[in-house]
Every structure is written in structure tokens, then in C-alpha cells.
Design a protein around this ligand. Structure first.
Ligand code: HEM
Length: 389
């Protein structure tokens, strides 16, 4: 019985992805009584058809039609139109490219400082020293949460992303602490907890203007704290891994970081797919190929497999800055496409630009180690050595 959430698959999902892609457009997974899609064409079609592939019954294995969610559902990720529309419009404005322009200089300067500090050593762990350190340095301040308790952010996100999968050991591991951690996260979402001018305060200001209700505001802030930290950590780790293992591409990037930092990050999001999977729920009986998905059944979309589907991508396993990675589904597609993608891209551009200026070569200095999560393709550690320019 195929188990996409087994540890050996989380360690290296390539074989399962190929098996599923080759088996057909839709594959029934009896272990979980769900329908899997792994080809780009069908994942894309499902992502852009919210009417038939809904999110309101949850985007994890748990079906909110029959089961109580572990926390109040997200007003964005786990909502369908029309309820999805207002919170989405508020976040899109706050996290859009125009609104982020004023952060650019500050984040680029922060990245320079961090890189200077880290390059005091020639060998370090790229996961903790850069991929975790940079988002934790800029993002919580930008949202406007308190300094105290920030160590809860990564475990909270890790548990939330595990909770989209089955109730396996990874979920169990998070359970003992999650009550306290959730209480801390929820406390950060209140109006009084948020610094003026930050993303959080701007969500409350949108509620004051009547764009969303005051009851909705804390849950929209919570979306930032759930979706905005672990994802970027593993996105940055992905691009650092790509650079440490593709020296020719690193040299290319160093020649034109102002153009290629952005390409490199999106290519890394395609190549590694830090968010590997999300579910939808069928809104009617649907026949795709020769498989009928009954109304109400869960559909598991393999973003990671779609992003390496040879039907869509030439030489899909290569990390290649010469390719145009746009159209990848690593940030999703359609109405739920990542509301924070510009934030993630800005963080990556800042960090890669600072590294490109100072680092001539970056290489693995030992075997990197994966962190297993039911949804995220993640790293626990990545020893690297650098030589300076
Ligand atoms: C949605 C991936 C960073 C906030 C999504 C979705 C994906 C994704 C695949 C679509 C979910 C679906 O269709 O069901 C990623 C990756 C990131 C990243 C790979 C980093 C490399 C961020 C950041 C934020 C954020 C930094 C916040 C600042 C959100 C929100 C949604 C979302 C709020 C829900 C949007 C909606 O349902 O309308 N993300 N994300 N993400 N992301 Fe991200």
C-alpha cells in the first residue's frame, strides 16, 4: 500500500512521484481512501477549479464535512468564495509587490549584516545560520509581534504543516506542546499585541475600515504566522542547497544577481517544492481518465511531482537558471496561490544578493540531513564551507 507520508518517502519522494505520474492522471490510494494527482496538467487543472475542487472542507487529509478541525479553520487557505474573497483582498494588498517596496532597502541591509556575521566562520550550518536566521530576523518584526516567545514560531508551523497529513508519529510528536504554543500564537494576533505599522496592524486597520470583520482580523494575522515562517525557511534552504550542489549555476548567479536571484529562488521552489502536497475535496462525482472520484472524497495534489513532470519540464531534475520556471505550482495556482510569495521572493533576493557579493564558492562540507514533515520538503541541517570573493 503506497504511503506518501511514510518516512522513506519523505526522505526521498522521487520514486513515488514517478510511480504516481506513470500510473495515470488519477490514482486511488487505498491506505487513506483518497485520490492522488501527480501530473502537472491535472494538478494545475485542479488548482484552478475551486468550484469542483474545494478548500472549505480542509486542505489536509481531515475532511471538515465529517471531522472537527484541530484549530479554527483558516479564513484563506481553508475557505471558498465568497467567504475567501475579503480576507484574500486584504492580504493581497498588504503583501503585494507595491506594498513591499518600502521593505526592500531594510531587508537588503539586514541580509548584508547577517551574511557578514555568518562569514566570520568558513564553515557553518546553512539551515540554522542562514535559512532560519534570516526570516526570523526580518519577518516577525515586519508582522509586528513581541520579541518574547518567538522560538514558538517554527514548532507551530511545523505542527500545522504536519497536521495536513495523517495522524502519524510526526503529528503525535507535536501534540504535547501544541496547546501552549497555539495559545502564544493566538495571543500575538490580538490588536494590542501588534506593533504599529506592521503587517498585523494593517490587517486590523482593514477591519476598522470594514473590509473584514473584527472577528476575522486575528485569524488573518494567524495565517501570516502559520504560513510565513517555515515555508520561507525551507524555501531558502532549498535554494542554498541548489547553490551548494550546482557550482556553475552559482557562478552564473554571481554575475547577474539583480536578475538571477529571483530566477534562482523560483527555480528552487520548482525543483524542491518546499510545500509538497495539499488536498482538495470533490464537490461532485468527477470522472478523470478512467477513474471516477466520488463527491466528498479527498484529492491529494502532488505539487512536487507536478513540478518535475517531464511532460511539462525539459530535464526536470536539473536545477537550471537558464530555464523559465514560471508556471510552476510550488506556490500553488488559481485563487489560493500563495498570498506571501512576494515576501518569500524578497527575502530570497536579499539573502542571495548579499551572499553573491561575498562568497565565491559554496560547497557541502558534510552530508546534509532532511527534516521530515507531512507537507514540507525540509532540511534539518546542511553543513557548508565557503571561500570568499
Ligand atoms: C498559500 C507555498 C511563503 C502565506 C500557499 C499555497 C502554497 C504556498 C503552495 C497554496 C495553498 C493551496 O492552494 O491550497 C508557499 C511557499 C512559500 C510560501 C513554497 C515559501 C517559499 C509564504 C509566506 C506567507 C505565505 C512568506 C506570508 C507572508 C500564504 C497564505 C496562503 C498561502 C496566507 C493562503 C492563500 C489563500 O488561500 O488564498 N503558499 N508559501 N506563504 N501562503 Fe504561502
Amino acid at each position: 500500500m503506497l504511503d506518501p507520508f511514510a518516512h522513506d518517502v519523505l526522505e526521498d519522494p522521487a520514486e513515488l512521484h514517478e510511480t504516481l505520474r506513470e500510473a495515470g492522471p488519477v490514482v486511488y490510494l487505498d491506505r487513506y481512501d483518497v485520490y492522488a494527482m501527480a501530473r502537472y496538467e491535472h494538478v494545475y487543472a485542479a488548482l484552478t477549479n475551486w468550484q469542483e475542487f474545494c478548500s472549505g472542507a480542509g486542505v489536509g487529509l481531515s475532511n471538515f464535512r465529517y471531522e472537527k478541525p484541530w484549530r479554527p479553520p483558516s479564513l484563506l487557505l481553508e475557505a471558498d468564495p465568497p467567504r475567501h474573497d475579503a480576507p484574500r483582498a486584504v492580504l493581497s494588498a498588504i503583501l503585494g509587490p507595491r506594498a513591499l517596496r518600502r521593505l526592500r532597502e531594510e531587508w537588503f541591509a539586514d541580509a548584508e549584516k547577517l551574511v557578514d556575521e555568518v562569514l566570520g566562520a568558513r564553515e557553518f550550518d546553512a539551515v540554522t545560520a542562514l535559512a532560519q536566521a534570516f526570516p526570523l530576523r526580518v519577518f516577525p518584526d515586519t508582522v509586528g509581534i513581541s520579541r518574547e516567545g518567538r522560538e514558538n514560531l517554527l514548532p507551530y508551523g511545523d505542527h500545522a504543516f504536519n497536521a495536513f497529513g495523517p495522524a502519524n508519529d510526526l503529528v503525535e510528536k507535536g501534540l504535547p506542546g501544541i496547546g501552549e504554543i497555539s495559545a502564544w500564537v493566538n495571543a500575538q494576533c490580538g490588536r494590542d499585541a501588534l506593533a504599529p505599522g506592521g503587517f498585523g496592524a494593517r490587517i486590523w486597520a482593514a477591519a476598522d475600515r470594514g473590509e473584514i470583520t473584527h472577528e476575522q482580523a486575528p485569524l488573518v494575522v494567524r495565517s501570516l504566522l502559520t504560513a510565513g515562517v517555515d515555508t520561507t525557511v525551507h524555501g531558502l534552504a532549498a535554494v542554498l542547497y541548489a547553490m551548494a550542489t550546482n557550482p556553475v549555476e552559482w557562478q552564473r548567479l554571481r554575475e547577474r544577481p539583480e536578475v538571477l536571484a529571483r530566477v534562482a529562488f523560483d527555480e528552487a521552489v520548482r525543483w524542491e517544492s518546499p510545500v509538497q502536497t495539499f488536498f482538495r475535496t470533490a464537490m461532485a462525482d468527477m470522472t478523470i481518465g478512467d477513474v471516477t472520484i466520488p463527491d466528498g472524497k479527498k484529492i491529494l495534489m502532488f505539487l512536487g511531482a507536478a513540478n518535475r513532470d517531464p511532460r511539462r519540464w525539459a530535464d526536470p531534475d536539473a536545477f537550471d537558471l537558464a530555464r523559465d520556471p514560471s508556471g510552476h505550482v510550488g506556490f500553488g495556482m488559481g485563487i489560493h496561490q500563495c498570498a506571501g510569495q512576494h515576501v518569500a521572493r524578497l527575502e530570497a533576493a536579499a539573502l542571495l544578493t548579499a551572499l553573491a557579493r561575498r562568497v565565491e564558492r559554496i560547497e557541502l562540507a558534510g552530508p546534509p540531513r532532511r527534516h521530515h514533515n507531512n507537507t514540507l520538503r525540509a532540511w534539518a541541517s546542511m553543513p557548508v564551507s565557503v571561500s570568499l570573493a
